[in-house]
Design a binder for this molecule. Sequence first.
Ligand code: J2J
Length: 532
Amino acid sequence: MWPDDFAERYRKLGHWTGQTLFDLLSTAAERFGDRDAVIDGDARVSYRSLHERASRLAAGLHDFGVRRGDRVVVQLPNTAAYFDVIFALFRLGALPVFALPAHRGAEIGYFCSHTDAVALITTDVYDGFDHRTLASVAGAAKLIVAGDPGSHTALSSLYTSSVSSLPPGPGPSDLAFLQLSGGSTGLPKLIPRTHDDYLYSVRASAEICELTPDSSYLVVLPVAHNFPMSSPGVLGVFHAGGKVVLSTTPDPARVFPLIERERVTIAALVPPLALVWLDAAANLGAGLPSLEVLQVGGAKLLDSVAARVEPVLGCKLQQVFGMAEGLVNYTRLDDGDDIVLHTQGRPISPDDEVLVVDDEDVPVPDGTVGHLLTRGPYTIRGYWRADEHNRTAFTDDGFYRTGDLVRRLDGGYLVVEGRAKDQINRGGEKIAAEEVEDHLLTHPAVHDAAVVSVPDTYLGERSCAFVVVKDGMTAPRLRDIREHLRDRGLATFKIPDRLRVVDGFPVTGVGKTSRRELRALLRELAASKGTA
Ligand code: J2J
């Protein structure tokens, strides 16, 4: 949490306004009543209706036993029910823990136990996976299912017929939810965001992205991810009174007609999807006439791809460099090509403090690559219940060590140059090396393991597992390793794309496995064989 003097300053500056995320919806329902808030297939939900549904669900969840301060793991695909659920929880002051649809037993089980969740709200079958089977890892958390509930509680049964009296909701400085960190350690870290701090980033983002009631925002990324949630995301759209158009697929064959039908004006993508859209539009020989802004973020966008956006799609490009821990940078809509094509933007707020430092935490001159540290009105001061990790992830004076290597240019624009954290950024999906290594070590033939990134033309990076085999054991094949990790319930995107069996690992000066040297080894192998 922020020290009192900082909190007071952020209030005085008008950044923290004393509203909650449920207030955002209440205000929008008053102002925009019957206008469309959410489009999900053929279903259209108005602001008034969304407010009413969320209120009835809040009452039902309260009757079910969910209380202010309780944690509820939410794992839902891009469907309208997601909004009923999160606003109901915001109304109660219960904290959603935002899981992704791709998470499996290993992650969901951990989220439930680590947060002592009272409930897990998930779907029935999605993308070929029966989410009701997660009941076996949910521990004390009761399963609530959007769709066919099987032997569990149906979400649809929890909407009361009228809104009974509900207890008072949370305060603006209370925690609103727990978001997931991309992470670099063995167990995922949870990010505690307050109503006040998050709403500031949402309102300011809506303004930067020039959202209006005529904005039509397409969600193809998982809606619970921080980018489509708040940069400016669905919450920014609700603040502005626009409409949110949901899609469960990013496939151009399905999405381009949807963009046309709903006159979509703004969409958010990760770089690999931007590439897919560009190729599809180029093949069709047609842009997307209603689209005004394409936001791309989550991983580094190649300059060559950035340069194709406006000519091929006929819209502006906006680069977004953000993190669920807080700090978000945008190129502005009136920036010139030199900025938009070659930088990852500048911070939202004049009160975002950005430091670019060397390995000894000494600031480097502008234009020089260094570690990005940041502190500000919407950047957390610590992970949730992770005191030990917080001692290294934050400086003594509260700056978050992002693990990103950047160069700062005139005007505060940042260029992302690399990463100092043990993470793989697989097309925007973050993989913590140590988390996967810990799972690899449970394989009977694996003595030691290290996971690193390998360059990939489509995803930017893929993951490669180096393993040392136990004496006398047969070396596992990639297929065995993948099956082992899948059986352990690890999300598919974290399962290594490649495997290298080695005799031992290069070590750093302090005796730690040198992932940097392993990456160099892969580059050498790729150069000598023409492939990694
Ligand atoms: C290079 N690396 C980037 C970019 C994020 C908006 C947009 C993205 C996220 C996000 C987000 C990058 N170029 N344009 O939360 O609100 C890498 C950095 C960063 C990490 C954060 C938002 N945009 N990254 O991606 O919490 O390494 O948030 O520290 O998932 O993604 O990941 P995450």
